[in-house]
Structures are given as C-alpha cells and as structure tokens.
Design a protein around this ligand. Structure first.
Ligand SMILES: Nc1ncnc2c1ncn2[C@@H]1O[C@H](COP(=O)(O)OP(=O)(O)O)[C@@H](O)[C@H]1O
Ligand SMILES: [Mg+2]
Length: 299
C-alpha cells in the first residue's frame, strides 16, 4: 500500500489536478496507482455489519464485477468507494487519491450510475446530460462537445431531443451512462446496470459499455447478480456474501478451481452458500418491481 502515497501532497480543484494527483502516485518510475485499493473497509447499520473488513484491489483498465446475492453489501461498498458514505473502518484509495482526505477530487475522476433510475422524465435526453455537465462543473466552453460525445457514445443522438418519458428502459439506462460519462471519468462505477431490462436491452447496454471501455481505456466496476453478464464482460470478479469477499479472480480461474464444466452460477453458489436462486429470485423481483415503479413514475 505504501506505493500509493495516500498522504502525499496533492493539489485540489480541477480535473487537471486530479490527473496530477494520480500521476503523483507514480513518481520515481513506479507503476501507475491501481484504480481502487481498499483495505479493511467496514460499515454498520445499527448493529448490523453490512460491509465487514473488505479488501479489494482493482487495476486500471479492468472491468471488475462485484457479485453477490441481495443484501450481500455490494451497494454499501460501492457507496463508500464513490465517497457517498463515509467508511466506519478501513481505507480507500481511488487512482492514488485517498478518499477520506480528498473526496471532491475523487468525485471528479469517477462516473457513477446508481442502482435506482435517476433520469428526469420531464426533460429531454440532452437536457438531462447537460444538467450533469453543469453539476460536474464541466467548463462552459467544453460543455456542448462533451454532452454530444456522451450522447453519441451511448447511441442516443437521434432521440436526444425527445422527452425521457418516451424512452424505453434500455434507453434510460444508456442515458444514465451518458450522464456519468459527461465527466470524462477514469473510473466508471455501475450498480446493477441492467436490472429490470429484457435480455436484448441488457446485451445492448453491455455492448455500449464494452465499446466505451475499449475506446477510452476506462476502468469499470460493476455489481450484478446476472452471472452470464459477469462471465462475458468482467476480467475479474469478487464474490461477496454477508459483508465479506469470499473469492476473487477471473471467471475462468474461479470456474476451473471448482472443477471441469463448472459455470459461474456454480461458483456463485459455492461461495455464497447456495443462495443464488433464492436471493436472486426475490431480489430480482423486488428490484424489477422497484424499477417498474420508477418506470411508471417516469412514464
Ligand atoms: N439505509 C440502510 N439502513 C439499514 N440497513 C441497510 C441500509 N442499506 C442497506 N442496509 C442493509 O445492509 C445490508 C447490505 O445492503 P446492500 O449494500 O444494499 O446490499 P446489496 O447491494 O448487495 O444488495 C443489507 O442487509 C441491507 O438490508
Ligand atoms: Mg445493491
């Protein structure tokens, strides 16, 4: 952890200085700081420990999946990594920057798509992205270009002028990705990006994310309980259960460790106590219902 120099001098304020901060971690020819390093990460709600001493290291350019049944602690972990919750224990470094010390600097380097739908149905797609550009303090002179390229990257140029309440669920999810991208983030964090979508819309969303990642060499951290998505799109995954990380590795390695012919579903069951079906079922339906309620509100 010492190579991260969490306590080192870092300028604050702009995206440019965020890069300086990240580069500062690499002085003396050391390799670039990891995208995320957290150790001993802990969070409790009352007496319930939702996240229990989690250690994670995610390298730059990786697509990393945090997998686990409903209630495993994935969202709570993500919220700490994105500065939205202050950890009760442990440390986090994002691109070489200590999150506890410089949360604003970290916010400028990341794009975050939360679990629940967040676009405003009464605005057009373009207006939603413009709103985020202003929120993220994208300089006025760059705003128009950034908004258009985020919309283009997500295949939304054509419907950008329409009200969001006319969009399908898949289009809304892509719009939320465009909102997160307008910041030109180095790290994109997606919490259940495809929950509530039909299989075609799910594949579509993932193809856009994969293309983006290839193009911008972005690091992607996502949570999902769809094992097929994790298997196809993640370089590495971590299996989380009851607040703890039970296993970490590439899907291929984890399957091989379990034996010939194992699927990622088998890996999931093995490390989370055989709870995939039960929890995914109830969590899935609950999440879909919630997503549908939001969709109704939107529509
Ligand atoms: N705001 C909250 N208040 C109390 N308990 C919470 C709150 N948010 C989450 N929890 C509890 O913390 C645990 C982890 O939740 P969460 O991080 O949302 O899991 P996941 O995203 O893996 O489904 C669960 O037991 C959940 O009930
Ligand atoms: Mg969650």
């Amino acid at each position: 952890m010492s190579e991260l120099r969490d306590g080192g001098p870092v300028a604050t304020g702009t995206i440019g200085t965020a890069l300086v901060a990240a580069e500062a971690a690499t002085r003396d020819g050391a390799r670039l700081a990891s995208a995320i390093v957290c150790s001993g990460l802990t969070y409790r709600f009352g007496t319930h420990t939702a996240v229990d001493h989690v250690d994670l290291r995610i390298e730059r350019g990786e697509t990393f999946g945090l997998l686990g049944p409903n209630g495993a602690g994935k969202t709570t972990t993500i919220r700490m990594l994105t500065t939205l919750l202050r950890p009760m224990g442990g440390t986090i470094s994002v691109l070489g920057v200590n999150v506890a010390e410089r949360p604003m600097l970290v916010r400028r380097m990341i794009g975050y798509v939360p679990q629940l739908l967040s676009a405003d149905a009464t605005l057009t797609g373009r207006e939603n992205v413009e709103l985020f550009a202003r929120l993220f303090d994208v300089p006025r002179s760059q705003r128009r270009d950034r908004v258009e390229s985020a919309l283009t990257a997500m295949g939304l140029t054509e419907p950008a002028g329409r009200l969001v309440k006319t969009y399908s669920g898949g289009m809304i999810r892509r719009l939320e990705l465009a909102q997160a991208l307008v910041n030109s983030p180095s790290l994109l964090v997606l919490d259940e990006p495809t929950v509530g979508l039909d299989p075609i819309a799910r594949t579509d969303v993932w193809e856009y994310i994969a293309a983006l990642r290839a193009q911008a060499n972005m690091t992607v951290l996502m949570t999902t309980h769809y094992m097929d998505e994790a298997d196809t799109y993640c370089n590495r995954v971590a299996l989380m259960h009851a607040g703890s990380i039970r296993a970490t590795g590439s899907p291929g390695l984890l399957k091989a460790m379990l034996g010939d012919g194992s699927t990622l579903d088998d890996v999931f069951r093995h490390y989370t106590g055989g709870t995939l079906d039960d929890n995914t079922e109830s969590g899935g339906i609950r999440d879909v219902r919630r997503a549908r309620r939001t969709a109704r509100r939107l529509g």
